[in-house]
Design a protein around this ligand. Structure first.
Ligand SMILES: Nc1ncnc2c1ncn2[C@@H]1O[C@H](COP(=O)(O)OP(=O)(O)OP(=O)(O)O)[C@@H](O)[C@H]1O
Length: 214
């Protein structure tokens, strides 16, 4: 008999607010470990808030979030959340993914640098490494942020619309990348408007007016 998939994150009765605005209402959801979960729903339905709650950066007003993961979740934000004027290169951006592992060391190790280069290669942005982040196209910037998320090497990878603004080939590549990452033992959760990407996920959560259904 097949064993049930272990639960990576369990949310019970979660309500999340921004001041007087309620963004999530009484959410009960289980995120399966080592699988790709797609969070789908219209604009403003609560997808980013749900990712923030799972990541632990948005504290729920009520309810509980239990994480089976030992590592700090890696959250890849929407590229529009990064100001154009931020004076950093692509390599700096990806390197920042290693900061959480640096601890008290003043510098990054050779291993940190190797992981940074490998993640840039994986996303096909090695040739852009020295370019300022703000000088890139939207799709290139999105890939730099994704590489930063991968560089964190967390066992829980959360992505807010990783394929937004990408062309069809790049979207297909991202879908394949997420499947590959989850097959290596990482739990992946991504918010998406892309019905094709959602259909390729192992599990889906629909959000509508802050209410989640599976
Ligand atoms: N910083 C904020 N302050 C106040 N209200 C917010 C804030 N962020 C989100 N909201 C509100 O919370 C609700 C859920 O927003 P959220 O960003 O989670 O939706 P979303 O599904 O990710 O939207 P989109 O698809 O447009 O990215 C919306 O009503 C939104 O206006």
């Amino acid at each position: 008999m097949a064993r049930p998939t272990p639960v990576a994150v369990r949310l019970r009765g979660v309500r999340a607010t921004y001041g007087p605005t309620t963004a999530l209402r009484e959410v009960d959801a289980d995120i399966p470990a080592h699988r790709v979960t797609a969070v789908v729903g219209p604009n403003g339905s609560g997808k980013s808030t749900l990712l923030g709650v799972i990541a632990g950066v948005h504290t729920p007003a009520s309810g509980t979030v239990e994480r089976a993961h030992v590592e700090r979740p890696a959250l890849v934000v929407q590229r529009s959340a990064v100001p154009d004027t931020l004076p950093i290169t692509v390599r700096d951006t990806v390197t920042m993914g290693r900061w959480v592992h640096r601890g008290l060391r003043p510098r990054l190790s050779a291993a940190d640098r190797a992981i940074t280069e490998e993640c840039m290669r994986h996303l096909g942005i090695t040739g852009l490494a020295s370019r300022p982040l703000g000088s890139l196209s939207g799709g290139q910037r999105q890939r730099a942020l994704l590489a930063q998320g991968l560089a964190q090497r967390s066992d829980l990878l959360l992505l807010d619309e990783p394929a937004a603004g990408l062309d069809a080939d790049a979207r297909t590549a991202i879908t394949a990348l997420l499947a590959e990452v989850s097959a290596s033992g990482v739990t992946v959760v991504h918010a998406t408007h892309d019905t094709d990407a959602a259909s390729h996920a192992d599990h889906r959560i629909h959000v509508e007016h802050g209410v989640c259904t599976v």
